[in-house]
Write a protein of this length. Structure first.
Length: 338
């Protein structure tokens, strides 16, 4: 049975929980473990809650003559390098997510103690891989892109109980209308699992700073956003990446958006500076005079003094006599009336 919340590394994600911010480093290390270590530090300093790396074997992912084979081989880390990187990520205090593409990479990530696995949207129709990820004993962030719901439901049937959906356009950069934020709530209600956004907005655009905040305001359980040390070589996954300073600002806006949702009960009294009007005397009212509607006014009074009777309580005042003289503009209170 699926659940509305998911435990990742001891932290609950989903209904009633703060939005988890995942800095997706992907393969932005360019095949250099030193760069991967710098990305971990950048993610931590930028306020991320988790970091995600893409772990794969090029020979298991693409055919020998695939046009991207050489590029993928150039950014592939050796198992010993991955162990060093993933150990450092764990030691940083960040939650660690491994986006894996084959069984060997799954085993490496699990042995390194990652907190969760993630699948790529292009593997949504790869039952063997999904079963292998589900059998790992780690929570699974199931990448769905914007796939048809029937395919998502079929994949969920293979993904185990500890699962969440990652929705959003797979290709970058994505136009704002491609994010389809309404899908967050739709998929959560339909499948009963936490749902998060993989934001593929152009990292160089102002919208990339606010899109995750909008997702949080729409109830996203988590947001996955690319982080990069350098965007001068823009292209591929870097098109959606934020630099560390931009990522920091994005997290700030997201947390502000969470607070702006204003969940929970409203305060019983108005906040300071927002006090309503009180009933005051329109003119001098002598002791024993009957208070009529014409002798009353409704005004905001000095906030340093207790508020008097509210305009809604005028019926309690009209027709009664003054127990003492009441000055013009003086706040009328119960103990002034007979």
């Amino acid at each position: 049975m699926k659940a509305a919340t998911l435990a990742i590394g001891g932290r609950l994600v989903g209904e009633g929980q703060p939005c988890l911010v995942v800095a997706h480093a992907g393969s932005g290390h360019d095949g250099k473990s030193a760069s991967a270590l710098r990305l971990i530090d950048a993610a931590f300093q930028s306020g991320a809650d988790a970091i995600a790396f893409s772990v794969f074997r090029a020979g298991e992912l693409v055919a020998r003559r695939h046009p991207e084979r050489r590029e993928l081989e150039s950014v592939e880390l050796e198992p010993s390098e991955w162990r060093r990187v993933l150990d450092a990520a764990k030691a940083s205090g960040l939650l660690v997510v491994a986006e894996v593409f084959d069984a060997a990479s799954r085993d490496l990530a699990v042995e390194a103690g990652v907190d969760a696995l993630q699948s790529h949207p292009t593997d949504l129709d790869h039952p063997e891989l999904l079963r292998a990820l589900a059998a790992s004993g780690r929570p699974l962030l199931l990448g769905t892109g914007l796939a048809p719901d029937a395919l998502v439901a079929s994949a969920l049937g293979l993904a185990g109980a500890a699962v969440a959906l990652v929705v959003g356009p797979a290709a970058a950069p994505a136009a704002p209308e491609e994010l389809r934020l309404a899908e967050l709530e739709t998929r959560r209600e339909r499948h009963g699992v936490p749902v998060g956004l993989s934001d593929a907005s152009d990292g160089a655009s102002a919208f990339a700073l606010v899109a995750p905040a909008l997702a949080a305001a729409h109830g996203a359980a988590f947001v996955v956003k690319r982080i990069a040390l350098d965007r001068s070589r823009k292209g591929g996954e870097l098109a959606a990446a934020l630099l560390p300073s931009e990522f920091y600002r994005m997290v700030e806006l997201l947390r502000q958006a969470e607070r702006a949702r204003g969940e929970g009960a409203l305060p019983e009294a108005p906040a300071p500076g927002a006090r309503g009007r009180s009933i005051v005397a329109a003119s001098l009212i002598a002791r024993g005079d009957v208070l009529t509607a014409e002798r009353l006014q409704f005004k905001r009074t000095d906030e340093r003094t207790p508020r008097g009777l509210s305009p809604a309580e005028a019926h309690r005042v009209i027709g009664r006599r003054a127990a003492r003289p009441i000055q013009a503009d003086e706040t009328i209170k119960e103990d002034m009336l007979e």
